[in-house]
Structure formats: C-alpha cells, structure tokens
Design a binder for this molecule. Structure first.
Ligand SMILES: [Zn+2]
Length: 217
C-alpha cells in the first residue's frame, strides 16, 4: 500500500490540475476513495494549502503556459481571419453593384420614356425604380449585339439605346425601400440626337432580356 501511495502522490499534482490521462485519473480516484492519507493530501492540494513547490509543479506550470500561448496564437489567427472576412464582405457589399431585375422590381409600371414639348427625350423612373443608385447604358447594333455606351453611335450600325438600373449590393439586400416622392427624370437625348435613335429599351442584364420603352413610330 505504501508503494502505491507514492505513485499516487506523484500523479496527484497532475490529477489536481486535471491533466492526467483517463486511466491515471481512474487509478488515482479509486485509490483516494480507500486511502484516507492520500485523500487528505489531495484536499490540501485542491485548497491551495499544499506547500510542496517541487519540480513536478514547475513542469505543470510550463505545460500550462505553453497551452496558454497556443490559445493566444489561435485566437489571434481566428480574429485576423474574421476581420479580413468582414473587410472583404464590406468591400463586396458597398463596391460592387447588381442589376435591378425588371420583374422583381415591377419595372413594367415604374420605368418609361417620355418626350417633352421641345422634343427632348427623357427616361423616367418611379416608385421602386427610384431606389436605384446608378444606371448604365448600352447600345445595340443592328445585329443585336450590345456595344456598351456610345451616345454618338452611328445610326447605320446601331439602332437602339438601352439602360439598366443598378444598385450597390448592400441596398439590394436591404429590405428597406426608400422611395423618392416624385418620379426621377434623366435626359437621354435632345431633339437633334433623337433623330439617330430608333428605340429605347430597358436591359435586364441578369436575365439578358430587353423591354422596349420607346420606339420611333
Ligand atoms: Zn494512499
């Protein structure tokens, strides 16, 4: 029994710090249950009364310190990854745009083209269309290809002008609909420029569909 007490005594500092293997823990617990001396010893250790500051304990301190340093390193790495992720997400949401889907935003009723008394031609956006942050325009040639923006396009090679409303991703995700009280008007062409244009359409870039807003009659 005395020999066993020594073994248990050696394990006790680890046991007290819960650093024993499962098997060692079981052996220590079983022994303590039937050995009042060792039980007493452990009680002192748990309450911090123990004065045994031998090298076993300093080894444990070193182990615990190393574990702590590793935890700090992992926490720092995870923190850096989270911050980088948030930065990329923020950049993506505020610096990239998406197109306003014609059906989803009910644009059939909320965008149109009108001519004023001087023959100028305007694009008008109303209600949900006014939550757009910007618009980009496109020119379609006679073969149906989109050529990008070119206001002075040749009427022989290009025949229609289109535009798409866009929003930053963050506003497209946000359920809040901040609408203008009045329809928004954008001057597209004055009456001289208008002579070159046969058609104005809304280009639903996501679905690659065109919706005619105005056609030369
Ligand atoms: Zn014992």
């Amino acid at each position: 029994m005395k020999h066993k007490c020594e073994v248990i005594s050696d394990l006790m500092p680890l046991y007290a710090e819960n650093l024993c293997s499962e098997e060692s823990s079981r052996i220590v617990a079983e022994h303590i249950a039937e050995c009042p001396d060792c039980c007493e010893k452990l009680k002192k250790m748990n309450t911090g009364i123990s004065v045994r500051a031998d090298k076993d304990i300093s080894v444990i301190r070193k182990i615990k310190k190393r574990i702590r340093i590793e935890k700090i390193a992992i926490t720092a790495a995870v923190g850096a990854a989270v911050i980088a992720g948030m930065w990329f997400t923020g950049f993506f949401l505020t610096n990239t745009t998406c197109n306003m889907d014609y059906e989803k935003y009910g644009l059939s009723e909320n965008v149109w083209v009108e001519e004023d008394e001087n023959g100028n031609i305007w694009f008008v956006g109303n209600d949900k269309a006014t939550v757009a942050d910007s618009f980009f325009s496109t020119v379609r040639d006679t073969d149906g290809n989109h050529m990008g923006y070119d206001k002075n396009f040749d009427s022989e090679s290009a025949n229609a002008y289109g535009l798409t409303l866009t929003q930053t991703r963050i506003s497209s995700l946000s359920p809040v609909d901040i609408k203008m009280l009045k329809p928004e008007r954008i001057l597209l062409f004055n009456k001289n420029e208008k002579e070159k244009i046969n058609e104005v359409f809304y280009f639903d870039a996501d679905n690659n569909k065109e919706y005619t807003l105005w056609k030369r009659s």
